[in-house]
Design a protein around this ligand. Structure first.
Ligand code: ARG
Length: 491
């Protein structure tokens, strides 16, 4: 290596190090902003209170369909609407899985949790709880035909007990039925489904929610068992150190209790849960909207992913070591980590690190685009590499510049390798996009889960989702076959 090149390389390295430091320095202050202001004031400035919940928990919170329009309903919804009204604040509901709620509040995605949450000493270390607004009991659900089999908790030795992840029920099961094997699932309908399908012998659930499931599933029953301290409370959680917000919430709760509103909320919720209509007339629109969102987010993933992929493919093919290295790191990182992790990184990272308040859909789309970008980069690179070396040499010897040869000779041939693989990528993305349901993007999978919760039927919505995914990918792969055949004719 000549001295000049060595110097240039060192300068380049220094430059990239400098850029990294600059990047980090811009990020640190953003991450470090500590909100001294009481959240009540912050929300008032914003005009909006962001409330996190997991709408899989009727009658506390669930989704329902009114004249084709999606709506949140339940005791918690009525209560937070009152809190909003009492304080002149609009309510924005952020629906996500129960086990993501505390993290979302910690990273500032939401201002408050109203999700049938039970105050526990563990949780009280992380958040402040409002006053209690609803007592609940703990119940064990089993198949009706097994009801007589379970007379004590010891009878569950080596049996499977299903609970919702990171709930008080999970704690209770660990403590009271330690000999059972525990299955923790993300959503309440899945917990009930586990018992229905025999994957689990029992599940533990808050009584108010269990009552709703039992009324809709005649094959299920409560086991004749009682926990030692089964009486629990329900409260709203907010980040620590916001006395004004806490006082405002407690004021609304007290007012609701004084006026007997909580019982009214509960009565209304019970009515809302069981409005009549056929399965499709009640829930069809969820699937339709889900399909729309799945197609949209997949197209975004593939189109912008192709743009990214193109750029990174050329970076990786370039002779510039730095560009090559960046592309290499990006592609290897994305291909070496699960999409699920990437989705959460984008979702929490955009707020915690970058200080941006992006919608779940935006975060899901960004994660899919970044993910697709890496795979498509490799597709494009392989497509270009697969064109015979002689083609470039021949083009150059005919007097074409490198760029001209690329444009006129190499790329047209490379496209034929790339297009079919891109089609496969599209099919993959349609299926993989179901993962963004974890952060609350209401695509097909998410909406199927909503219907599970709303209909208390854990199975049918999944079958419908599976059929829809299959039809989408099957049609797409037929179309791709056709295109491929056309292209091979033109050879
Ligand atoms: N009460 C239980 C707890 O605090 C379960 C709450 C589950 N809530 C829900 N929306 N899925 O852990």
């Amino acid at each position: 290596m000549t001295k000049g090149r060595g110097n240039r390389l060192r300068r380049k390295k220094l430059f990239s190090l400098f850029m990294l430091v600059v990047l980090l320095m811009t990020l640190i202050p953003v991450a470090g902003v500590s909100a001294k202001e009481d959240l009540l004031d912050t929300a008032k400035k914003r005009g909006e209170l962001r409330v996190g919940l997991s709408a899989d928990f009727a009658p506390f919170e669930f989704e329902r369909n009114i004249d084709g329009k999606n709506e949140y309903a339940g005791i918690d919804i009525a209560l937070i609407n009152k809190i909003g009204k009492d304080n002149g604040l609009k309510i924005r509901i952020v629906n996500m899985s129960f086990d993501s709620l505390l993290g979302a509040m910690k990273t500032g995605k939401i201002d408050m949790i109203a999700s049938g949450m039970t105050p526990t000493p563990e949780r009280e270390k992380q958040v402040d709880f409002s006053d209690n607004y609803m007592d609940v009991d703990q119940k064990v659900i089993v198949k009706k035909k097994d009801q007589a089999k379970y007379k004590s908790f010891a009878d569950f030795k080596d049996k499977t007990v299903a609970v919702q992840k990171q709930t008080t029920q999970e704690e209770l099961a660990k403590k009271e039925i330690p000999d059972a094997s525990l299955t923790s699932l993300t959503r309440t309908p899945d917990v009930v489904m586990a018992v229905k399908t025999g994957k689990a012998e029992a599940s533990i659930i808050d009584s108010i929610v269990g009552d709703a499931y039992l009324s809709q599933n005649k094959d299920l029953a409560y086991a004749d068992l009682e926990f030692g301290d089964s009486k629990k409370e329900t409260a709203v959680a907010i980040p620590k150190g916001n006395p004004k917000l806490l006082a405002a919430i407690n004021q609304s709760i007290k007012d609701a209790q004084d006026k007997g509103l909580i019982e009214e909320y509960q009565k209304q919720a019970n009515e809302d849960m069981f409005n009549d209509g056929t399965f499709l007339s009640k829930y069809g629109s969820y699937f339709l909207r889900g399909i729309g969102a799945t197609i949209l987010i997949s197209i975004l993933g593939v189109v912008f992913g192709s743009l990214f992929g193109g750029i990174f493919a050329f970076m990786k093919l370039s002779t510039n070591k730095l560009l090559k290295a960046i592309a290499w790191v990006y592609i290897e990182f994305i291909r070496g980590t699960p999409l699920l992790v990437q989705v959460f990184l984008v979702y929490f990272g955009t707020t915690a690190v970058l200080g941006l308040d992006l919608s779940a859909f935006m975060c899901g789309a960004i994660a899919l685009i970044l993910n697709c970008g890496a795979y498509i980069a490799e597709i494009i690179r392989a497509g270009i590499k697969a064109v015979d070396k002689g083609q470039m040499e021949a083009a150059r010897s005919l007097g074409l510049s490198h760029a001209q040869a690329m444009n006129k000779v190499i790329m047209p041939q490379a496209i034929k390798n790339i297009l079919p693989a891109l089609g496969n990528e599209f099919i993959t993305v349609i299926k993989e996009s179901s993962i963004v349901s974890v952060i609350g993007v209401s695509e097909l999978m998410f909406n199927a889960q909503v219907v599970q919760g709303a209909s208390f039927d854990p199975f049918t919505p999944l079958v419908i989702a599976a059929i829809v995914y299959f039809v989408l990918t099957f049609v797409l792969s037929r179309v791709m076959n056709l295109v491929e055949r056309r292209m091979s004719v033109s050879d």
